[in-house]
Ligand binder design. Sequence first.
Ligand code: HAM
Length: 429
Amino acid sequence: MDFQGVKGTRDFYPDVMRVRNYVVDAWRRVSLRNGFEEYDSPIFEYLDLFTIKSGQEIAEQLFHFTDRGGRHLAIRPEITPALARMVNARIGSLPRPIKWFSVPRLCRAEQPQRGRLREFFQWNIDVIGSDSVLADAECIFAAVDFLREVHLTADDVVVRIGSRPLTILALGAAGVPTDRTEAALAVLDKRPKLSDGDFRKFAAENGLTGGQVDFLCRFQDCAEVGEARELLAGQEGVAEQIDSLAELMAALGSLGAAEYCTLDLRIVRGLAYYTGVVYEIFDRGESLRAVAGGGRYDNLLEVLGGPKLGATGFGMGDVVLGILLEEKGKVRPEIQTGSLDYFVIAAEDGTFETVMRLVGQLRQRGWSADFSYGAERSTGKQLKEANRRNARTAVLVRQDGLGVKDLSTGRQEEMTVEEFLRGVKAARD
Ligand code: HAM
């Protein structure tokens, strides 16, 4: 029988796993230096948690099942509702604002395509318990901080920032009835993914008139907040929303993220729970799906049985990011090949015992060290293996002492075993 992995899933062989670890390590490092603490949730939850407020798209993509007790369960397609559930459960004792991050493995029964799989990893950054735009700014800054960390510049990627409340005001100004708001937002979310003709057809099928579509496109195509202000003049609440967008942009400027950020009112987001600023990160060439997406969701905790509490954050998947890093040449060869601190070589007969002793000592001191099992192999072959494994130093063990060779410069120093061990400090000193 010939077994294959399921379509839309990936096997992580060591060279691919190294790249995944490189990304996840950077996500963790950047989260911690931005003041976020790590949490996690179960892989599966009650189905309702993910259908109640995430919107139709997520509901259609759920992997769900019934357990032997007849409970309806689902594998997590996102972590945000689980985060809200966890925070609600301890709401009295958690100091606010809550700044938490996570790197969950998620599953969505999507049609696999470039950048979208059925199992992926997603970095989540969220701030709960604050209505301030500073919380939104901090999340966006963390994303930019990570992009810089992996050497993606403002010429490579862009954070496109829109506003749900402004878009809802535009729907009102266009005469879309309030009970059609959610459906109309879902239609607008599809606009960037469709041709103009297809979008108009799709909008008409979903009850928007040609005149409404014209007006909404004019709104979405405003390049500056001033234009949107004029277009929506007379609508109550416009000034407040425009001011808050301006405040966000100013905060991003102060933090040093402005070059990556731009206003884009076409950003609406597919998930139903967003209530405020929304954003997505794209490659500048716009040839790929979104690298990340997020925004403010001030009602989700309340909908899930908790208090009304300001919340904001984003998710960044590893799939589009991986393609982008590859395309831009940011996956340096040493990330894929891995490396060793030491490779210890039996350069003469009768030295294998010393090889083992040295390897044991180096490992106990925290250095990565390896050796070849075949003690009878030639020194040349063992040196070749040291190079293939990207070792920084080769230690050639002879009867009368050691040759310690720096494999990047080729320089070799002679010393005794005792001198060598005295010189090798613990890796973490
Ligand atoms: P989302 O837009 O559904 O938002 O996903 C965010 C990111 O996860 C996407 O931009 C993409 O990079 C990645 N992603 C989503 N689906 C897939 C897939 N099938 N294959 C590969 N990557 C994928 C959320 O999930 C929100 N819960 C984010 C959030 C956190 N909002 C507030 N806090």
